[in-house]
Design a protein around this ligand. Structure first.
Ligand code: PMP
Length: 440
């Protein structure tokens, strides 16, 4: 069968049988799937027609070490042959899960040392909310249930995490949000103080935040914001939960984004880069005092656990992924290549008259599209989607964020990217920006 005949067959089957996540059902029926991927290597992916792209988003900000690592395939094969899956319920355990949890403790800041394992970011978020509420319950403060989250935050799509998310589209989608979430101005610590004043610290279990907001447009915290929040949490006996699902595992040029801000959260939520997308994996990491108190105060069965919590194959893959990340200095590479890419995008800002702010930390970044570079005024109609489409035509996959007044292009390429690939990334993006600029 020719590549095109195969593609045609797959398009028809896709339309008939495959409901895509976070996609337009109508577009799928009218245009078929946007790209049908076939293979991947390093920072590149190929579609079934053989067209090559740089994956400028590491797929969903998750393929941190890059694609096609044979060592991971070997470890998965070995583990599947040896013992693909066993339960971690009722105290059962397995070596890959034990070693992965120990590795996460070694890497995580401060005394974040004990992990509850999951299969992804939404499971990790919902687990964190339930476990901190359980903690307050067994500590004799069952009324501490509310979780204060920030507007523009993204935390997932399970019942709790979609309710914690601060992007309207996710709330409007459903009829029934979970109770117990309060969304505040994302930049102002006084907004948190006000909630505490109005609702009472006795009703608040935790403050929840991505150190750097990802899906909401790569929004950096204002100077001193996270440190101030940490202080307010300490003063009011409120737990600090950091969602490092995108930020974690080298994405920002440090192992965890919290390290840039010198804060240690009480609970850290992880997924994505923990396995670089080779398998489904996530974790919720607790500081020692929480772990210790839970051991003392909650001696019965922890009535929370997924079939795949501590999945041996997933954990073996996660471990190998972290070994590769460390052995090949990918966290440092994220910093160096991130700076290089940002320099090139700042040159583009000068060459074009529609690129506004360029911001980044490591290989997590964004550029704003503006009508007026001086004032930051936006175009009446969003332009970022046109640039993203143009870049895709030319072989670079990016994402746009057009919630609220945003007209933003975000990027997060694999941490293994090299100088030549950074140049290629910047060249394609420049061509796409200048092409769209001509048409405005
Ligand atoms: N938290 C953050 C910060 C995320 O970016 C995401 C996913 N993009 C999630 C949680 C949810 O993760 P998952 O899609 O693996 O459930």
């Amino acid at each position: 069968m020719s590549n095109e005949a195969l593609r045609q067959e797959l398009v028809e089957l896709d339309k008939k049988y495959f409901i895509h996540p976070s996609s337009s059902l109508k577009d799928q029926q009218e245009n078929g799937p946007a790209i049908i991927f076939d293979r991947a290597e390093g920072v590149h992916v190929w579609d079934v027609n053989g067209k090559k792209y740089i994956e400028g988003m590491s797929s969903l900000w998750n393929v941190n070490i890059g694609y096609g690592r044979k060592e991971i395939a070997e470890v998965a094969k070995e583990q599947i042959e040896k013992c693909a899956y066993v339960s971690s319920f009722t105290g059962f355990s397995n070596e890959p899960a034990i070693r992965l949890a120990a590795k996460v403790a070694e890497l995580a800041p401060g005394d974040l040392n004990a992990s509850f394992l999951t299969s992804g970011g939404s499971e990790s978020n919902d687990s964190a909310y339930k476990l901190v509420r359980h903690y307050w319950k067994v500590k004799g403060k069952p009324e501490k249930t509310n979780i204060v989250a920030r507007k523009k935050a993204y935390h997932g799509v399970a019942s709790g995490s979609t309710s914690a998310t601060g992007i309207e589209a996710f709330h409007e989608f459903t009829t029934s949000l979970a109770p117990g979430f309060i969304h505040i101005d994302p930049d102002d610590p006084d907004a948190f103080r006000k909630v505490i004043e109005e609702q009472g610290a006795d009703s608040i279990a935790a403050f929840l935040t991505e150190p750097i907001q990802g899906a909401g447009g790569v929004n950096f915290p204002k100077e001193g914001y996270l440190q101030e929040i940490r202080k307010i949490c300490d003063e009011n006996d409120i737990l600090f939960i950091a969602d490092e699902v995108i930020n974690g595992f080298g994405r920002t040029g440090k192992m965890f984004a919290c390290e840039h801000y010198d804060i240690v959260p009480d609970v850290m939520i992880l997924a994505k880069g923990i396995s670089s997308g080779y398998v489904q994996l996530g974790a919720v990491v607790f500081r020692d005092f929480l772990h210790k108190e839970l051991i003392e105060l909650s001696p019965g069965v922890l009535s929370h656990g997924f079939t795949y919590s501590g999945h041996p194959t997933a954990c073996a893959v996660g471990l190998k992924n972290l070994e590769i990340m460390e052995n090949e200095n990918m966290v440092e590479n994220s910093k160096v290549m991130g700076d290089l890419l940002a320099d090139k995008l700042k040159e583009l800002q000068k060459e074009s008259n529609i690129v506004g702010e360029v911001r980044h930390l490591g290989l997590l970044g964004a550029l704003e599209i503006v009508k007026d570079q001086e004032t930051g005024e936006r175009f009446p109609e969003k332009v970022a989607p046109k640039i993203v489409a143009e870049a895709r035509e030319r072989g670079l996959i990016l994402r746009n964020v057009v919630f609220w007044d945003k007209d933003t292009i975000v990027f997060a390429p694999p941490l293994c990217i090299n100088e030549e690939e950074v140049n290629e990334f910047a060249r394609i993006l420049k061509e796409a920006v200048l092409e769209v600029q001509k048409s405005l």
